[in-house]
Design a protein around this ligand. Structure first.
Ligand code: NAI
Ligand code: MG
Length: 334
């Protein structure tokens, strides 16, 4: 039977890079059906809410979603849509791989790092956010559970095993955040025991930032809590040419949402400047999740060749071309 995918074009550069990605999937012969859904500013304007009920039902029904970036309005009492979706569908794991491509003008050439980010707990979950009436005191709550930590750590090691990766680094701040990060680290040490064939290391997050810039080739899999994972994955994107090169998969027991790491990029929206590679790589993650590895390989090879040739790459990669030219080059190659 034909796989149906829920597609959320999203805001800013979203619709353009999602459109490019769907053309690529079709050209590669993936033969999906798509059902389109609104979320973000686009949905607020049309339906009066950021995540309409129909969108939730479609995500639930089709199980697989390809999503463009969404703009969360700042400070108007809106909670982040991404945080809402990750919680609602219990998408506890966020897989953010970065890989060096030839022809990108990135600072490094041999990067292959998978950040596995806990996606529903910790400082990023938005729990307990209050500001006192006089505006003088703000609070937020960070919760880490043994169950949550064990799930993400096990997921990281299982993924490492499946992908033939050799090393897992647990990143934490247990020296200062003794309760939350302390529990995460404790569970990390326990889970590591179950995977003797994989090298396990641990690193404090601030040192990890420095190490990633100075000597990134030492990293293989990084597993960490929500906020650290958010920050480290953008840092990792910077190692391979920027946010235009970084995809992310939000995985739960039942549903999965594939997206770029970056946001709606209002500074370049509507200018045909966005690099669609981020969402195309997310689509490749989706194909791998669906065990359509031949299609995944086919698109990855075409992408590798087009970027390496440098003929029609986008400005972020040092080229002079737009989203549509780059996409056209990829379609021709396919
Ligand atoms: P951003 O990630 O949208 O942009 C950061 C910088 O990277 C900008 O200079 C942008 O032009 C560049 N960039 C991003 N994607 C690119 C691409 N594909 N090709 C070339 N250059 C690219 O971060 P910013 O500006 O802080 O956030 C904008 C909005 O996005 C905010 O409303 C934020 O809440 C939202 N956001 C949504 C996310 C999501 O839906 N998953 C994730 C991060 C932010
Ligand atoms: Mg982020």
């Amino acid at each position: 039977t034909k796989q149906t995918i829920t597609v959320i074009p999203g805001d800013g550069i979203g619709p353009d890079i999602i459109d490019a990605t769907l053309q690529v999937l079709d050209k590669a012969g993936c033969n999906f059906d798509y059902e389109f859904a609104d979320a973000g500013l686009a949905a607020l304007e049309k339906h009066g809410e950021l995540v309409p009920e129909e969108t939730i039902s479609l995500i639930e029904k089709n199980k697989i979603t390809l999503k463009g970036p969404l703009t969360t309005p700042v400070g108007e009492g809106f909670t982040s849509i991404n945080v809402t979706l990750r919680k609602q569908f219990k998408l506890y794991a966020n897989l953010r791989p970065v890989l060096s491509f030839k022809g990108t003008k990135a600072r490094y050439e041999n990067i292959d790092i998978l950040t596995v980010r806990e996606n529903t707990q910790g400082m990023y979950s938005g729990a307990g956010q209050t500001v006192s009436e006089d505006g003088a005191k703000a609070e937020a709550m960070s919760i880490v559970t043994r169950e949550g930590a064990e799930k993400i750590l096990t997921f990281a090691y299982e993924t490492a095993r499946k992908e033939g990766r050799k090393k897992v680094t647990a990143v934490h701040k247990a020296n200062i955040l003794k309760s939350t990060s302390g529990l995460f680290l404790k569970v990390a040490r326990e889970v590591a025991q179950r995977y003797p064939e994989i090298e396990s290391t641990e690193m404090i997050v601030d040192n990890c930032c420095m190490q990633l810039v100075m000597n990134p080739e030492q990293f293989d899999v990084i597993v960490t809590t929500n906020l650290f994972g958010d920050i480290l994955s953008d840092l990792c994107a910077g190692l391979v040419g920027g946010l235009g090169m970084a995809p992310g998969a939000n995985i739960g027991e039942d549903c999965a949402i594939f997206e770029a790491v970056h946001g709606s990029a209002p500074d370049i929206a509507g200018k045909n400047l966005a690099n669609p590679t981020s969402v195309i790589l997310a689509a490749i993650q989706m194909l791998e999740y669906l065990e359509m590895t031949d299609k995944a390989e086919k698109i990855r090879n075409a992408l590798t060749e087009v970027i390496a040739s440098g003929d029609r790459t986008t400005r972020d990669l040092g080229g002079t071309h737009g989203t549509t030219d780059f996409t056209e080059a990829l379609l021709e190659r396919l």
